[in-house]
Structures are given as C-alpha cells and as structure tokens.
Unconditional design. Structure first.
Length: 306
C-alpha cells in the first residue's frame, strides 16, 4: 500500500559488521580533505551540522556501533542536527540491499583521508520539514533515528525537552534509495545517551522502546507519518506492560490529512492496539497506523504521559 514505507516494517535486524567489504571508490571523482589522523582511523571531522554521538566508544563520534571504528577502507556514517539528514553515502549503491546499505557517510580511504562522495549535497541538509515531535510530557523524550545507509542502529538523537517541539528529519525522494526515516520513541525521562543506542532487554529503551515512528515524503508532496508498536517490545519481557506514555499523530490542518485519528493511548488502548480506522499489523505483528499529510501540510507526532 505505502511502498515507500515498506522499510519501516523491516526494522529489527541489526547487522554489526566490522570490516565489512566496501566498494572500491578509487577512480571516482572525490573531494579530498586533510583530517587529523589517530591510530589508523579517520577522526570525526565535526563539519557543519554534524553531531558526534556516543563519544565514549571506539566509534569516536561517528554514527557507528561502539565497537566499530572509522578505519581506512570503510564508510563512516554520522548524525546531523535535528531536522537534518546525512547528505553523504556511496553513490554506487542505489537500492536497499546488504551490504551496500551500510555504506553511508564519508569514505575513509586507504590513506586515512576522508572523502565526500556527493558533491551536490552538503554533509547535512534540511529534511522536508513537514513533521515535528511535540513533547507534552513533563520530562525530555529521546527520539532516536536509525542510521541508514549505515548499520540501522538508532544512534541519531533528537532530544525533545518537556513541553517543547523539535523538527524531525523527514527525507524526500532524493534521500538515499528513496528510503524513509525510522525512529524509536523512548519513555519520557530517558536521556539520548541511554536511549539512542541499541540497549538491552533490561530496559524498554533503544531497540526495546515501546513505539516506532516512520516518515517520508513522496514526489507529490505527500508526507507519510507512521506510528506503531515496536515488534521487539511485543516480543520481550515487557510485552504485558503498558507503557506510561502514548503517541499520536496530529495535523495543523486536518483537512489536508488522511486517516486521522492515528494514536496509541495506553489508558484507552490495549498493548499492540492502535486507535485508527485503518490499523494494520506490520513485521512481527506490530500494530501501526499511517497518516498522509497532503500538499506539504504539517503533522506532529505528539508524545504524552498517561
Ligand atoms: C479513538 O480516537 C477518537 C478520536 O480522537 C476518540 O474519540 C476515541 O475515544 C478513541 N478511542 C479509543 C479506544 O482510544
């Protein structure tokens, strides 16, 4: 039905690959830049808009797993500020398939120099700007975007303060392989340091967050906004625990939005139940709903305590 959103249903498999085969980019036209080198890695360069994440790991700020390094011969994805998308990836990979789907970010070449492959895009660029996260809870909410192209770990942080709003980075059709953005919504009060990592089954954070969100815009200016139950949560020890917070999609101009209401309110809905006229189940039987905001209309993903 929503082809551009099919990837949202593919969430849940993380391939952490050290030294994965990478494309040979020699011979292509690249912009070279000199960077400070440290012990056989390309250091995080902090270019305009780039955000260092999980700085204590061997990833050194790159949007890679804590035991991955940005070493010569690898692609090194990175996070951008809220509302912005990574503008760099391996241009020879044009569809979502492994292992090319890992080739996001800058290329650390065999000499330890970072190469910027997409000359038509900045390091970070603004998403289409049609979706924001509205936090109506009384503590911060960590909304964590998966790194794609990259290892699909939810490392890209958007920290929404209590009672405030932040833009979400919504890709248009020009984003890598026309893919959508995917986010995990952590419970209020969980920091981005604790929530925007893979995590473990001991807390309903990160990969075990209760809810997932997806968004993208097609070439007609329609924005698809999806909220749903995280299949990983439903398959964990939390599966009988109602979250103490909910999520819902709202629109600034409801006449431009299809499929409202689309909400999950644990005070009214059961676990794995969505309040929608169109609810359906995705991968791993996570119930979800999708709102279409037409003609560039703006939608919000509201987070609230119950
Ligand atoms: C579903 O949403 C509608 C519209 O917001 C609301 O009136 C209704 O109470 C909700 N029902 C449940 C079961 O959440």
């Amino acid at each position: 039905m929503f082809l551009s959103l099919t990837l949202i249903s593919a969430l849940g498999v993380l391939d952490i690959v050290n030294g994965a085969p990478v494309q040979n980019v020699a011979g292509r036209h690249h912009h070279h830049e000199s960077v400070e080198k440290r012990a056989g890695t390309c250091s995080f360069p902090d270019h305009d808009g780039m955000v260092a994440v999980q700085k204590n790991g061997q990833n050194g700020g790159w949007a890679m797993h804590s035991d991955q390094t940005c070493s010569p011969g690898t692609w090194c994805p990175y996070a951008c500020q809220p509302g912005q998308l990574m503008g760099q990836w391996d241009p020879s990979v044009t569809s979502y398939s492994y292992p090319g789907s890992q080739n996001g970010g800058l290329y650390c070449d065999s000499n330890g120099n970072l190469q910027k492959p997409n000359q038509d895009k900045d390091y970070c660029y603004d998403g289409v700007g049609t979706v924001s996260a509205q936090n109506n809870a009384d503590q911060n909410v960590a909304i964590c975007q998966t790194v794609l192209p990259g290892n699909e770990e939810m490392l890209i942080p958007t920290d929404v303060d209590a009672r405030s709003n932040q833009p979400l980075a919504v890709p248009g059709p020009d984003y890598w392989a026309s893919t959508a953005a995917h986010y995990y919504v952590n419970p209020p009060g969980v920091s981005v340091d604790d929530g925007c990592v893979w995590g473990s089954e001991s807390n309903p954070w990160g990969n075990w967050s209760p809810y997932v969100v997806g968004a993208n815009q097609d070439s007609n200016g329609n924005t698809f906004v999806k909220i749903g139950w995280n299949p990983i949560y439903l398959d964990s020890s939390f599966k009988n625990t109602k979250p103490s917070f909910g999520v819902k999609v709202t629109c600034d101009d409801e006449s431009q939005c299809n499929n409202l209401p689309c909400s999950i309110d644990p005070s009214q809905n059961d676990i794995n139940e969505v309040n929608s006229s169109q609810d359906s189940n995705g991968a791993g039987d996570g119930a979800f709903c999708v709102v279409t905001a037409m003609n560039g209309a703006k939608a919000k993903i509201e987070v609230f305590n119950v």
